[in-house]
Design a protein around this ligand. Structure first.
Ligand code: KIV
Ligand code: NA
Length: 278
């Protein structure tokens, strides 16, 4: 199992060693992430956008998350895997929340779950932590509430917003979260929160001073990601172009019969041929 755990993560923060996290949704991407030495894998509900083709994370179901988490776990057996609790699966009664968590852990083989929100989810966070499951918080831009927030906007731009984010972060730490994702938060506010907490912050579009960074796999590899021109994303490879050009060549070679070539075929003995044509 994973060499990393939540105690080590806290220690890494104290020592100033950043945590690297990337999303993965299937066996091959998880395997590559593990081989590359990524600290944590997030099976994000960004699955809805980048893999399933929806325009938000709201349609993603618990079944979807379990299915994809299982595939990721098969590819990255030695990496700490966090799975997102999807839309509306942790806002009802605690029993329902725990049933969802059980499925992600027991069927999906995650090591922890992530939940979006501030004080309003702290009771749920506390219950999950008490059940023995590490919880990663997620504040700032929380895509599951996009309809409430009125779009994908930068958070922590004014004083009231900055104070609200700080309070949410402290409340989540008090509720037992082992870390907090800060999404699309101004750099100074993310820095202040990171300094204030003893648990690590993991930023996405939250500047240079978080205790770790997370990015979406399909974004950083231009893998047909629906997001373009995101300031906070850096491209680490253009997989989209590679695959598109490769497929164009494949189609062309099938059409002009240059594929398959002699070295791709299996040859039978001469007498087989004789038997067929008489
Ligand atoms: O679903 C996801 O990919 C996420 C990250 C953006 C933090 O929640
Ligand atoms: Na998510």
């Amino acid at each position: 199992k994973s060499a990393l755990n939540i105690v080590k993560m806290k220690k890494m923060k104290a020592e100033g060693t950043p945590l690297s996290m990337v999303t993965a949704y299937d066996y091959p991407t998880a395997k590559l992430a593990e081989e590359a030495g990524v600290d944590l894998i997030l099976v994000g509900d960004s699955l809805g956008n980048v893999v399933l083709g929806f325009n938000s994370t709201i349609p993603v179901t618990l079944d979807d998350m379990v299915y994809h988490t299982r595939a990721v776990a098969r590819g990255a057996d030695h990496t700490f895997i966090v799975a997102d609790m999807p839309f509306m699966t942790y806002h009802g009664n605690i029993d329902e929340t725990l049933r969802g968590v059980r499925r992600l852990m027991q069927e999906g083989h995650a090591q922890a779950v992530k939940m979006e929100g501030g004080k309003e989810i702290c009771a749920a966070v506390e219950a999950v932590v008490k059940s023995g499951v590490p919880v990663l918080g997620h504040i700032g831009l929380t895509p599951q509430s996009v309809n409430q927030m009125g779009g994908y906007r930068i958070q922590g731009k004014d004083t009231a917003d900055a104070q609200r984010l700080m309070e949410e972060a402290k409340a989540l730490e008090a509720a037992g979260a082992f870390g907090i994702v800060l999404e699309l938060v101004t750099e100074q506010v993310a820095e202040a929160i990171s300094k204030e907490l003893s648990i690590p912050t993991i930023g996405i579009g939250a500047g240079r001073y978080c205790d770790g960074q997370v990015l979406v796999f399909h974004d950083i590899f231009q893998y047909a990601s629906p997001y373009i021109n995101k300031r906070f994303v850096k491209t680490y490879g253009d997989v989209g172009s590679l695959i598109r050009e490769g497929l164009e060549n494949y189609v062309k070679e099938v059409k002009d019969r240059s594929f398959p070539a002699e070295n791709h075929v299996f040859v039978a003995d001469d007498h087989v041929l004789d038997s067929l044509y008489g």
